[in-house]
Design a protein around this ligand. Structure first.
Ligand SMILES: [Zn+2]
Ligand SMILES: [Zn+2]
Length: 327
């Protein structure tokens, strides 16, 4: 099978021995495609993942061999995410499921940018769903990223009709804004790139260029999908006193929020990372009902061009890459 693996800071196509069930419970799937996540790029560029790692976790895949107690069967096309909480540890009990050690260890093997992938029984039972018929493969691949956004919305724990500002209108910002709207919040978005501002407008959500925002905007919660210095300044400028900043992006090293702003203005700054099975279920329903629309957001690349997809994403040439693995 062909995989894209990390070699010298790049993703390189290699042949590997086929993944098989090999007596394990779970499913062997043929990956139809896999979304390229911002976290994949961070893992590659900041040398977080080892040489030989196969990245990718936003898969749409067809079951070709199965040994499972679930109702899934050969031929089913599924979506799944990669991590599953244990439900028993202190992190899980306190609602921080994405900090659960079992959560961090579980994965689809070897990774989404591979022709064949092993999906464990635990995945099938907790986070896998049949792909809805009314969604194309690239649309269904938003299942996991939208789950991340839904988690962020829930973590912010806002009252209905709260005012929110989404900073950064890449694919995550566009999903976040729609997720906020579906949870009953008032939403505006902002970005420095005009085409992205217009894109959010086309989804019926107010959006502005950061440089043209009204000074009087004062929101209950800011959602940071960008960690640039400009984004941080923008967040502190438009959050109301006593408001919240939901962090959903890494920042360059030595960058961050000023202590005194948090102290004197009684701000709450909180992070949100990866989705729980419940968040993923909500994501599945919102995509299926088209309450969150993702048509046309991604650009398709064959597996052989995954490195180009990364470069195009970094250069803001595209909003989101969907890697077609098996045509
Ligand atoms: Zn992701
Ligand atoms: Zn746990």
């Amino acid at each position: 099978m062909k995989v894209a693996q990390i070699e010298n800071n790049n993703l390189v196509i290699k042949d590997r021995e086929n993944e098989t069930l090999n007596g394990r419970k779970g499913a062997l799937v043929k990956v139809l495609g896999c979304g390229l996540c911002g976290s994949d790029i961070v893992k590659l560029k900041q040398h977080i993942s080892k040489e030989g790692t196969v990245l990718g976790h936003e898969i749409v895949a067809q079951i070709i061999d199965i040994n499972s107690d679930t109702n899934f069967k050969n031929g089913d096309v599924i979506v799944t995410s990669h991590h599953i909480p244990c439900g028993k540890c202190e992190y899980c009990k306190n609602g921080n499921v994405s900090m659960c050690r079992h959560f961090k260890e579980t994965n689809i093997r070897p990774g989404g940018f591979s022709e064949l992938v092993f999906v464990s029984e635990e995945h099938l039972q907790n986070v896998a769903y049949i792909k809805p018929e009314n969604l194309s493969d690239d649309e269904a691949a938003f299942y996991e990223p939208l789950g991340c956004c839904i988690r962020a919305v829930k973590r912010a724990n806002l009252k209905q009709n709260s005012t929110t500002l989404v900073i950064g209108l890449g694919s995550i910002g566009i999903l976040m804004a729609q997720a906020l709207r579906s949870f009953g919040m008032k939403v505006i978005g902002c970005d420095l790139i005009s085409s992205r501002v217009e894109l959010l407008h086309s989804f019926g959500i107010e959006a502005f260029n950061v440089n043209e925002m009204c000074e009087s905007i004062n929101v209950d919660c800011v959602f940071m999908t960008s960690g640039s210095d400009k984004a941080l300044q923008t967040a502190l400028k438009y959050v109301r006193d006593g408001g919240k900043i939901l962090v959903f992006s890494s920042t360059p090293l030595n960058s961050g929020y000023g202590n005194n702003e948090i102290y004197y203005r009684e701000l709450t700054v909180l992070g949100s990372y990866s989705p729980s099975p419940a968040d993923l279920k909500d994501s599945y329903e919102l995509l299926k009902n088209k309450e969150v629309k993702v048509k046309g957001l991604s650009t398709q690349y064959p597996l052989q061009q995954v490195q180009k997809a990364i470069n195009d994403t970094l250069e803001n040439k595209i909003l989101k890459a969907y890697i077609k693995v098996n045509a």
